[in-house]
Design a protein around this ligand. Structure first.
Ligand code: HEM
Length: 492
């Protein structure tokens, strides 16, 4: 990046001075989203740091990020070859690997089609508008009973521990055509280990950039490798069972549909067979992983905000009573009719910004942004947390205030404000599970709020400080629930 190599008319990237060998690691600290937000105030929306000896460009500001990821989408659509990514899905992940653009595009399309087909599929009974609604609704009701039973038996529960199994069951239903009991040891231990996964996969993990750190003993890294090994083994066993029982005339779930795609391709003489079967069927590993950790983190944060703001919880319950009542279950089409709940969810996404950065990007060719030259193969961090807390865009950004997303008369969502919140990324790499994720957060919450009142234990306000990672979690805590009027009886 020396001055001589910068094309005429473009500027050298600004950024802090860096120390030889370690670069700016010390300044990143334990909360890179906060330290990089502070740096953006000094250096602007496009600046460069070094992690180890590797340059990393950090993008902030809604407009700048929109310009990079949408208007110059192809230039910024790559993924960097980071050390930890080789362990995720055996280095063959759709989301984390450095697949060539053509291969990634083909796999992404397949994944999008599979998600679309298996969420819009008809439900098993006409009571549900689609399979997705049926999965969420059934798991939501089951979760309500589970939380009540545990509260009755033990007085309290760890919300994440139970939410994550219910959410995992929704994606398991679509991917593998099965659900697991809340006592299934292997699944419960697997999905409850996502904290360590996120700590290593988060943007700015020094071991991804500084080779000698990989040789130092690290408990977190050991756990990360172990989680990935167990996760891959779990999915591979299910995939093997699917191959053994595969029937072309009865495609049961996403795994079957991906196997079917491979089989069809073998019969098609003109097909482009550059993507291996392993990479096609391995897509299910990404969908399962991405599908449970993000949504359960969102729901767990939502429950924490309900407990921290009991007056908001009451208003949300009241809205549900007025618009849905307690004679029927909430459904996906209630979404447009529950603006308070929608504004609460949007504010939860903004305020927690629990995915503070997107997955790291990488430039696919020499490019420029805001007049700065950025060479091919540069690792790029997108600071979503900064966008969601930018004081130029948000009044009192550190306040949790769902009303900021309501129209003046309070009866509908202010879409322009809501669209400023960035949690699913943008452009070519934008999350492909956004519709499913938003539907799950909405319907699970509507069912929980309709039937239960969440509280902290007397005298114990839960700690809402986020722990940094790819998805930031709150510390584990204990809560309790009481049934709402009309839902005192156990239904199962
Ligand atoms: C990618 C957020 C739910 C599948 C991403 C990215 C973000 C994100 C920020 C990275 C975008 C980028 O790198 O620019 C979320 C949030 C969710 C959620 C906040 C829930 C609240 C889901 C679900 C699925 C899913 C339910 C699947 C069923 C994926 C996949 C990618 C991805 C496969 C990689 C896309 C690619 O690299 O081309 N998500 N996600 N996500 N997400 Fe989600």
């Amino acid at each position: 990046l020396s001055r001589e190599r910068i094309p005429a008319g473009l500027k050298l990237l600004p950024g802090p001075q860096s120390i030889p060998i370690i670069g700016n690691v010390m300044e990143l600290g334990l909360n890179p989203h906060l330290s990089l937000t502070t740096m953006s105030k000094r250096f602007g929306n496009v600046f460069k740091i070094h992690i180890g000896t590797r340059p990393v460009v950090v993008l902030s500001g809604g407009e700048t990020v929109r310009q990079a990821l949408i208007k110059q989408g192809d230039d910024f659509a790559g993924r960097p070859d980071l050390f930890s990514f080789q362990y995720i899905n055996n280095g063959k992940s759709l989301a984390f690997s450095t697949d060539q653009a053509g291969v990634w595009r083909h796999r992404r399309k397949l994944a999008q089609n599979a998600l679309r087909s298996f969420s819009t599929l008809e439900g098993q009974t006409p009571e549900y508008s689609c399979a997705l609604e049926e999965h969420i609704s059934k798991e939501g009701l089951y979760l309500v009973e589970r939380l009540r039973k545990v509260t009755k038996a033990e007085g309290c529960f760890d919300p994440f521990r139970h939410i994550v199994v219910s959410v995992a069951n929704v994606i398991c239903g679509m991917c593998f055509g099965r659900r697991y009991s809340h006592d299934h040891e292997e699944l419960v231990s697997l999905v409850n280990l996502s904290d360590e996964f996120g700590q290593v996969a988060g943007n700015g993990n020094p071991a991804d950039f500084i080779p000698f750190l990989r040789f130092l003993p690290s408990k977190t890294m050991e756990t990360f490798v172990d989680i990935n090994r167990r996760f891959n083994k779990f999915v591979q066993r299910i995939v093997r069972e699917h191959y053994e029982t595969y029937d072309k005339n009865n495609i049961r779930d996403i795994t079957d549909s991906l196997i079917d795609h491979c089989e069809d391709r073998k019969l098609d003489e003109n097909s482009n067979v550059q993507v291996s079967d392993e990479k096609i069927v391995g897509i299910v590993n990404d969908l399962f992983g991405a599908g449970f950790d993000t949504v359960s983190t969102a729901l767990s944060w939502s429950v924490m905000y309900l407990v921290a703001y009991p007056e908001i919880q009451e208003k949300l319950h009241q809205e549900l009573m007025e618009k849905v009542g307690n004679d029927r279950k909430p459904c996906l089409t209630d979404k447009n009719n529950l603006p308070l709940l929608e504004s609460f969810i949007t504010e939860m996404f903004r305020h927690s910004s629990f995915m503070p950065f997107t997955i790291p990007h990488c430039t696919t060719k020499d490019t420029s942004l805001n007049g700065y030259f950025i060479p091919k193969n540069t690792c790029v961090f997108i600071n979503q947390w900064q966008i969601n807390h930018d004081p130029d865009q948000w009044k009192e950004p550190s306040m949790f205030n769902p009303d900021r997303f309501l129209s003046e008369d309070g009866v509908e969502i202010n879409k322009t404000e809501a669209e400023k919140v960035m949690v699913f990324g943008l452009g070519k790499r934008r999350c492909i599970g956004e519709y499913i994720g938003r539907s799950e957060v909405f319907l699970f919450l509507a069912i929980l709020i309709q039937r239960l009142k969440f509280s902290s234990l007397p005298g114990e306000m839960p700690d809402m400080t986020p722990n940094y990672g790819l998805t930031m979690k709150h510390s584990r805590c204990m809560l309790t629930v009481a049934p709402r009027p009309g839902f005192e009886e156990f239904s199962s």
